[in-house]
Design a protein around this ligand. Sequence first.
Ligand code: 5AD
Ligand code: SF4
Length: 426
Amino acid sequence: MNVHESEKIAGLLMQLGLEESTDDTADVVVFNTCCIRDNAERKAIGQIGRFKQLKRENPDAVIAVVGCMTQQDGAGLALRKKFPFVDIVLGTANLDKIGDLVADCLATHKKHVEIDTDPKPPIVEGLPYYRTSGCNAWINIMYGCNNFCTYCVVPYVRGRERSRRKEDIIDEFRRALDQGYKEVTLLGQNVNSYGNDRGDGYGFADLLQDLAKFDGDHRIRFMTNHPKDMDDRVIDIVADSPNICNNIHLPIQSGSDKILRLMNRHYTRDDYLATIDKIRAKMPDCGITTDLMVGFPYEEESDFEDTLDIVRRVQYSNAFTFVYSPRRGTPAATMPQVPEEVSRRRIMALIAEQNAITRKLSDAYVGGVYRVLCEDIVEKNGKKQLCGRTESGRMVTFDGGEELVGTFCDIKITRSRSASLFGTKV
Ligand code: 5AD
Ligand code: SF4
């Protein structure tokens, strides 16, 4: 989401006539921040601090801080106090103003703090994008979240769910294909609740069905899903549409019903496993990935064992694993916290468990031929190779010329290492 938002920021700055800079000596520096976990926030703070020196050397440089971090209670002023050299602090709701504010600041050196706390700010359409993700185009289908999982800061910093008009999404999709993008990833905090706020009965399954009708050699992916809202129609459409990847990211967070209840997730481990069964029944080869958290308040050893058990049962092709990080203003932050060393031990055990599964599933690819969208060139030890992903989302490295970037290639897998696959073009 943030990578895509940075594409929007870049597009707006380029409209001013600015160009991309490849080093720190830029005239305009924008920090697009994240506050989902404490380490994301600390990283942003460290990076912003580094630019104090740049401002000293080039006082005309404009430094802006935007994104989720600015939207937390009192953060706007706190940032200005901690980093007085910052010129612009801009919230998530009015990111579209970045171009105007930077232009004004370049001309007048006036400082700006604009943080809109309206939980349902209007959607601004027609903004320019400077897409930077190779042959993949990100397309936002909705903004915000209504779920209030008790650990999560997103609903507070991103507001309530707002779905884009289907016409605007379909139009952007068509334009991306016309421009030659080979993969489109639909984005939302919970794509499954797309359209609920519009009240016209047109939901995510309908949108997927309409996008699946476009002919041509391209792929559609989407993220992220909420298990409580993942409906059978979406599974059927993914299974039946050759252009929609058999690759589903379904964050479970925890395998313990007690913890899921405390997290306010609205599903049980059995509900979740039933959804997995439905996906596998329709798409045996579907790559299923997830998000997992350890160390949530009240998590006991038996709860953690339940998480390990889910991981063994589902056999995820990959998992993003996190240590719970208390976020100011969220309900879980005031619950009794699990000691750090316990969380650390659990995350290591969880990662080891998932790595073994990933490795085993990778080995099963060896000898097979898979269709890979060639995405990029990678350079290792002075040797240039190509990389891309299978429909199921696995990264494959293989030999070939640069002209293959942006094309589909059939690759025979010859070797695997952890999550990575290696092969040759057939
Ligand atoms: N601490 C740790 N992980 C978190 N996530 C969201 N909030 C927190 C938090 N406070 C994780 C969830 C989510 C992913 C995007 O980030 O697993 O699915
Ligand atoms: Fe956060 Fe996702 Fe829960 Fe929304 S659904 S509150 S974004 S974890």
